[in-house]
Design a protein around this ligand. Structure first.
Ligand code: SAH
Length: 257
């Protein structure tokens, strides 16, 4: 039988638009989490809310990897924009992830995960490529699909896609001082969130292909002007659904091509 794709987000709100699209649903409880097994437009999926933060995300990723034998994992949700041109409503597709609060110096270089020899964990390039194609198409359609005036109410015009470094840590970054410190120390970081790099470490251990897709909900500073929860429910979760469904239903290159 076809192996499922694991789809995970930290909060229920982030999965709000995707959950009702599941068919043949079976729900099981594991480690205090509700796991939804089913199909999304024909593709077998296993969907779960991890809870917020690196430990919650790592626990969930481990559980799914060990018990449900997924073929790949997609972590999705919202994030704070760090790079100057990463705006609310934009989509950031991680190519690499780093734990910005990991610091075992002077024993190991700052950010390096001790005894792994690395600070940056790469996502699966083929998976990210598929999502990039789906994201570009969905963002083109976004003003139509979500309503231009609805987007304008959140200060969003034409959302864009960015690809590169996403950083994670157990802190909600909500002051200008903290986001400028992160920008200074990690100048190529596009966005900050609280789970992705932890999941990347777990997936590296399991040899499980990972992609991380984030919709920017705020600018990780004290001038964040959007209603975080409303934005997540009404914009981010809908955009995520459009992109995930487009990626899953994309024609796959044939093995002989
Ligand atoms: N205000 C929210 C708190 C959510 S914590 C509430 O009351 O429920 C933030 C979640 O969104 C995390 O899962 C994290 O991955 C992501 N996130 C969005 N913006 C962030 C930011 N500026 N800093 C860190 N994480 C952020």
């Amino acid at each position: 039988m076809q192996a499922p794709v694991a789809i995970v987000a930290a909060m229920e709100l982030e999965l709000r638009a995707l959950l009702p699209q599941l068919t043949d649903v079976q729900r099981v409880a594991r480690a205090g989490r509700e796991i939804h097994l089913g199909r999304l437009h024909g593709q077998r999926v296993v969907l779960a809310r991890s809870g917020i933060g690196k430990v919650a995300a790592a626990t969930t990723a481990t559980l799914l990897a060990a018990e449900f034998a997924p073929s790949s994992m997609l972590f999705t949700g919202v994030a704070g924009g760090l790079a100057p041109d990463v705006r609310v409503g934009d989509v950031v597709l991680a190519r690499e992830l780093l734990q910005h609060d990991m610091d075992a110096s002077p024993l190991f270089p700052r950010y390096e995960v001790p005894l792994t020899g690395r600070a940056r964990f790469a996502v699966d390039a083929a998976l990210a490529d598929r999502l990039a194609v789906a994201t570009a198409a969905c963002l083109h359609e976004a003003p139509h699909a979500l309503g231009a005036s609805h987007l304008a109410a959140f200060g969003i015009g034409h959302p864009r896609m960015h690809q590169g470094l996403v950083i994670s840590g157990d802190r909600f970054v909500s002051t200008a001082a903290e986001s400028s410190a992160l920008r200074r120390d990690l100048p190529d970081a596009l966005a900050v969130e609280m789970e992705g790099a932890a999941v990347a470490q777990v997936c590296a251990d399991f040899g499980l292909p990972l992609a991380v897709l984030r919709v920017i909900s705020d600018r990780a500073d004290d001038s964040a002007h959007v209603d975080f929860l409303r934005f997540t429910r009404e914009v981010a979760s809908v955009l995520t659904r459009l992109i995930v469904v487009a990626a899953l239903t994309q024609p796959r290159p044939s093995p002989t091509a």
